[in-house]
Structure formats: structure tokens, C-alpha cells
Design a protein around this ligand. Structure first.
Ligand SMILES: N[C@@H](CCC(=O)N[C@@H](CS)C(=O)NCC(=O)O)C(=O)O
Length: 324
């Protein structure tokens, strides 16, 4: 685990001293945008044009943020338009790596960097910006034409995937419809702070108070969602939206990793019947199950965070994720 300082890799864990033991997530740095041809403006440096074969998505199959982008690539039928590869689940002193390993082959996404044959993800960041300072995170959306990072912010990558390539794919499914935008933004905001990032705030807290401050709102939100999903198929009712998929990637990791490793252990998702039914229905939607790799997920968290789990032993369970 580390970060780049003026383009040089430094091995260093998150610093929580300045924030009273609290984990504070840094902002993503690359925030350009891909537009369909009729909205693209060549004079704007942050504009990129939607084209088939031009972009490559680097993900970790373990990472909930990267998982969103993989799901949207699938839902929006972008598989033939945007290529993908993943990192090895272990994130140790060199950060994310493209190490080959027969034990962690995935049936659908190859480990590796097919574009540059780099060994480490931090080399992609310095290729885009030689003096880059900051964390080296996944997902990374890479432009093969201008050799740079379009975006390393999953929330924005899924918005681009939602609409920018529609004329190339013919897929006009809309997971962020204008009439629901305000309500989606509101629920995303609550779920982001208390759950998506809330599990990390619990797990990476280095004081009892910081941990408990994150744990309470986390379970308040799960209780709220259990009520909200009573008699509702999706968060917005009958319509599946991006809010569901942003929530899904945290829920599917919860009982396997966050409950134990991150100490989010007041209840399991298995103990919430409505959330559990909802999680299962999302998991079984189309081929979404193919984007879920529990071996990468468990190995990444339990093996990479040596300060939380010094033995690096990876648990065998849980046996059951869904109610019978
Ligand atoms: N804002 C980013 C966050 C991505 C993120 O934090 N990814 C984690 C993996 S789950 C990562 O790469 N962490 C490496 C680090 O913080 O050094 C997004 O949503 O895309």
C-alpha cells in the first residue's frame, strides 16, 4: 500500500493521525468526460469522444468502486467497445500489480496490462502524468489514442457508460433518468457516506470513537433500507437505477468481508430479509453473477491489509450469502 509523490512510489499506509483516527478518502484526480459525437467539443481539453475500441478499463475484481464500472460495461453492452483487464487481488508494498497467478484466474477478465505490459498500476498513472502525486486507485479509464487517463472516478465513469456510447451500441437503457435524478442523488449520497464508504470508515478507523462514529450510521442506513425495500423491487420502486448497482457492490461484499474484517458486525445482510432478497435478485439479474469474484474479494481484503489482519489468513466462509 502506498502512493505516488512527484511521480515516485512511496510505500505508506493511510495516515489517520491528523483526523483523530478517522479514515478520510481522497478525491479522484482525473475527471475528464467522454461525450457522444454530437456533444463533443474538440476545443475543450477535458472532452473525449465516444468511439469503439478507443478506451480500456482497468479494474480490480475485489474493489467495490471498480465493480460498478464492470457492471455498467455489461448492462450497457459495452463489452465489444471498451476493453478490460484486472489487477491481482493482492495490494501490498507496490500497490496494485498485474502479477500473473494461476490461482486467481477469472473466467471473464484477464489479469494484466495488455496495452503497456506494465508490472504495476502506478506506472499507468505516471505514464499519464509523470509528476503525479496521490493515491493510485482503480478503476482507471484509459484513452489509447491520447495515452492518458480519462477518469479514475467510478461514479463518473458509470454516468459516461450510461449514455455516451448509446449511438454505438443501440442500448438506450437509462439508469439515471432525469425525472428520478434528484431522488437518486439523495439516496446515493446517504448510501455513499454511511455504507459504500462507511464500511471503510469502520475498517480503517484507528480509534474506538472513530470506528463507532462510522458504525452507527452504517446500521441506521441498513435498517432504513430494510424498511424502504419492503414491497419494493428496487430502491426507486419498479425501475432499476444506478443507485441499485452502487449499493449492490457493497452489499455483495458485506457478509464475506465487511462483517468480519471491517468489524461491521451488528448484523449480517443475511439477517435483513428484504435487503437479502433484493441483493439476490440483483445478483441473478442477467449475467451480473459473472462480475462477482469472491476469491478475489476475500483474498484482497484479508491478505492486503496486514495492519488489520497480520496473519493474512483468509477465512473459508461464509457458506451462505442468500436466504433459502
Ligand atoms: N473515488 C474512487 C475510489 C476508488 C478506490 O478507492 N479504489 C480502491 C480499491 S477498492 C483503491 O484503489 N485503493 C488504493 C489506495 O487507496 O491506495 C472511485 O470511486 O473510483
Amino acid at each position: 500500500m502506498g502512493l505516488l509523490v512527484d511521480g515516485k512510489w512511496v510505500d505508506q499506509w493511510y495516515d489517520t493521525k491528523k483526523s483523530q483516527g478517522k479514515f478520510v478518502r481522497s478525491e479522484a484526480i482525473f475527471r475528464n468526460w467522454i461525450y457522444p459525437s454530437d456533444q463533443y467539443d474538440a476545443n475543450q481539453t477535458e472532452h473525449f469522444q465516444a468511439e469503439s475500441g478507443r478506451y480500456h478499463l482497468y479494474v480490480s475484481l475485489a474493489c467495490p468502486w471498480a465493480h460498478r464500472t464492470l457492471i455498467f460495461r455489461h448492462l450497457k453492452q459495452l463489452e465489444d467497445i471498451i476493453s478490460v483487464s484486472c489487477v491481482h487481488p493482492d495490494m501490498l508494498e507496490n500497490g496494485w500489480e498485474f502479477k500473473q497467478d494461476p490461482d486467481f484466474q477469472d473466467a471473464h477478465v484477464d489479469i494484466g496490462d495488455p496495452l503497456h505490459q506494465f508490472q504495476f498500476a502506478h506506472q499507468i498513472y505516471t505514464k499519464a502524468k509523470p509528476d503525479y502525486s496521490g493515491r493510485v486507485t482503480v478503476p482507471i479509464l484509459w484513452d489509447k489514442q491520447t495515452h492518458t487517463i480519462v477518469s479514475n472516478e467510478s461514479a463518473e465513469i458509470i454516468r459516461m457508460f450510461n449514455s455516451a456510447f448509446n449511438e454505438l451500441t443501440g442500448n438506450t437503457l437509462d439508469f439515471y433518468p432525469q425525472e428520478l435524478a434528484k431522488e437518486i442523488d439523495e439516496i446515493n449520497d446517504r448510501i455513499y457516506h454511511s455504507l459504500n464508504n462507511g464500511v471503510y470508515k469502520c475498517g480503517f478507523a484507528t480509534t474506538q470513537a472513530a470506528y463507532e462514529d462510522a458504525l452507527i450510521p452504517l446500521f441506521d442506513t441498513l435498517d432504513y433500507l430494510e424498511d424502504r425495500l419492503q414491497g419494493r423491487r428496487y430502491l426507486m420502486g419498479d425501475q432499476q437505477t444506478e443507485a441499485d448497482w452502487r449499493l449492490f457492490t457493497t452489499l455483495i461484499r458485506f457478509d464475506a468481508v465487511y462483517f468480519g474484517h471491517f468489524k461491521c458486525n451488528l448484523k449480517r445482510i443475511l439477517d435483513y430479509p428484504n435487503i437479502n432478497r433484493y441483493l439476490q435478485s440483483l445478483y441473478e439479474h442477467q449475467d451480473i453473477a459473472k462480475t462477482v469474484n469472491l476469491d478475489h474479494i476475500k483474498r484482497h481484503y484479508y491478505y492486503s491489509h496486514k495492519n488489520i489482519n497480520p496473519t493474512q489468513v483468509v477465512p473459508v466462509g461464509p457458506k451462505q450469502l442468500f436466504l433459502p
